[in-house]
Design a protein around this ligand. Sequence first.
Ligand code: NI
Length: 263
Amino acid sequence: MLALGVACFMALLPTKGTVAQPAARVTIDVTPPPEVAKGEPPTPPAPEPSEPPDGVDCSVVACVALTFDDGPSAYDAALLDKLDELGVKATFFNTGQNTANRPEAVKRQVESGHQVGGHSWNHRDMKKLTAADACADADRTARAIRDAAGVETTLVRPPYGSWNDEILAACAGKTFVLWDVDTEDWLTHDPAKITAHAVNDPKPGSIILMHDTVAETIDALPGIVSGLKARGFELVTVAGLFNDPIAPGQAIYFGPRAGAPTS
Ligand code: NI
């Protein structure tokens, strides 16, 4: 059968030296196809209004996002229990190495409704790597998170907040998530100071930096949440600050400065 098929195919090919003959007659049909409408171009359908990811419209009300870096750590179980009790969704920026060591913690972060992003494989300063190496490190971290929790993440928190435009441009598809409120929890380990920064410093749209490697932060969490709520803030994930998906290729320090805290 194969030989016959090849033979038939070969028979259809022009033999060497054959000159193609022009078609004897060419007709051009100038009648427009009936399905082409004349006049105004068709109006595209209106886009569906997007649902705020966390059910809160942060373009109208004052929101803040709690973020936890450097984990997952041995404190994550207690932290996740506490966030559940408080009914708060947060965002975790996990290192790849800690994700590989504690995959079940990252899985629980996701299953509990928190958002996750990468924080480099092993907390290297991106600016001390080539842009290509920094992005490969970010990709490796995202793969570890995917392997642990089954989610794809494009969010990257550069360690030390250290990044530049060259690195951001090289890391195609990634969004760098920085912060505008630093609780300095890693520095003071003082629950009162951590709480004061976390409650008093935010403005609408603030992204608050904390660490799930600091035990005092977890101790301070109920006071932080009640203090922020008393000021009139809604607590959402980083994605929840925005009604539309965050476009890649940008670095964000805060979300919409919308609404007003009541104090
Ligand atoms: Ni860090």
